[in-house]
Design a protein around this ligand. Structure first.
Ligand code: NAD
Length: 328
């Protein structure tokens, strides 16, 4: 069996090699994404695997069908680049990787929250200035805190388990109440969560209910001692309002793995003129932590992302039911 993988990133390569050696399936990797220009490369392969946000052109579906390909495997959570009517028309089974490692993102959120709670940004600032006084560095302990999770799905659920294991009180809002999370959290309403949580950690998708969910009015409801952790999508937090809230001491700090305007500069070595003013302002604050949308980036996540996608390619090629078929 031979599989062609499109848009392969350098960090994925060692996991692809491992999977190929373990399964005996030949995998060819190309840097380019799947599109009208590159679809012909799939000729002679049994299956394909790709990751991209750009929509697939109609000719891609038609040609894959002509080349005998039976699936469209996106090795990522999102699948909105796929036209399901065309996939159906050309008998292409759609699969994705819905949860490659929720723990990866949950652990990054917890790590950043602990750094904020222990005021480590202020510690660094002091150490740089050779200021060894303790004043102003008094902290609190995590088991005394209430953690509010907005969006308790795969990642929010894993986050609840981590904080619960540390002895914190965990409350959550989510339109879906999952019984399996009952040992770790209590469901509440958003108003109560914002007013009572010491750490507010967001794990929702970006949608019409969550865009700009954190704005000037939201920050005013939070405790002045509370921290905001956003490991989800930048558009959920209004960066200008966050800056104002931090400057006015309406909240105590924030950790952001994503920013709404990150597309301009993330995932590359940026030059100073490419960096937006809001990033610079936030980055200069000792109570703000910013990471480059890399909360998912662990060995486990990379390995799962590669293997879960490729295992489903093999399943469809062999006429078996894939584990992560997407029905739309
Ligand atoms: P999921 O679908 O398992 O969980 C999301 C949950 O949010 C669902 O339970 C949903 O009901 C809930 N939700 C939706 N709107 C809500 C609202 N207005 N209020 C409260 N809850 C709401 O998704 P997941 O796998 O846990 O991922 C969550 C998000 O994390 C993704 O959508 C993505 O934006 C982000 N993410 C970030 C990284 C990273 O590296 N930083 C990696 C993967 C995913």
């Amino acid at each position: 069996m031979k599989i062609l993988m499109y848009a392969v990133l350098e960090p994925e390569k060692k996991y692809i090699k491992q999977w190929s050696e373990q399964t005996g399936v030949e995998v060819k990797c190309v840097d380019e994404r799947l599109n009208a220009q590159t679809v012909d490369w799939a000729q002679g392969f049994d299956g394909i695997d790709f990751q991209q946000t750009q929509p697939l052109e109609p000719v891609v579906y038609q040609k894959l069908h002509e080349y005998g390909i039976k699936q469209l495997t996106a090795r990522m959570v999102g699948y909105d680049m796929i036209d399901f009517d065309l996939a159906k028309k050309y008998s292409l089974v759609v699969t994705n990787v819905p949860a490659y490692s929720p723990r990866a993102i949950a652990e990054m959120g917890l790590t950043q929250a602990l750094r904020l709670v222990r005021k480590l940004g202020y510690y660094d600032q002091r150490m740089d200035k050779l200021d060894f006084r303790w004043v102003g560095l008094e902290s609190t302990e995590i088991y005394n805190l209430t953690v509010g999770i907005i969006g308790a799905g795969h990642i929010g659920g894993a986050t609840a388990q981590l904080y619960s294991a540390l002895g914190a009180k965990v409350i959550a809002t989510d339109p879906i109440h999952r019984v399996e999370l009952n040992p770790y959290l209590e469901y509440t309403d958003q108003e109560t969560l914002l007013k009572t949580a010491d750490i507010v950690t967001v794990h929702t998708p970006l949608n019409e209910t969550t865009t700009n969910m954190f704005n000037g009015a939201t920050f005013k409801k939070m405790k002045p001692t509370a921290y905001l952790i956003n490991m989800a999508r930048g558009g959920i937090v209004n960066a200008a309002d966050l800056i104002t809230a931090l400057q006015n001491k309406e909240i105590a700090g924030a950790a952001l793995d994503t920013l709404a305007d990150e597309g301009q500069f993330f995932e590359k070595q940026a030059t100073p003129d490419e960096i937006p003013e809001d990033y610079k302002t936030l980055r200069a604050m000792p109570n703000v932590l910013i990471s480059p949308h890399s909360a998912f980036y662990t060995d486990t996540a990379m390995k799962n992302m590669v293997a879960m996608g490729l295992n489903d390619v093999v399943a469809v090629v062999k006429g078996q039911r894939p584990q992560f078929e997407v029905f739309n």
